[in-house]
Design a protein. Sequence first.
Length: 77
Amino acid sequence: MSAVINRGGGRPSKGLRKYIGFRTPAKTAEDVHMIAAAKGMTVTDYVASAVDRSLREDLALLDPFTQQDELPIRMAS
């Protein structure tokens, strides 16, 4: 196994990513581009931050038991 050497080039990794694609009305896309540019962000980073905020709110509203893993039988007793 070889070691990975950071040579100081490029930006740091943002971790494991997965593609989610969708289409939106042209006006919405234009607005997203405008706001992302105004905030100095990429469109991807802006949309990801907006989805993340909404997702955290929605997950908080879910029943806490729907997100809880079950214990293995030997540990439940």
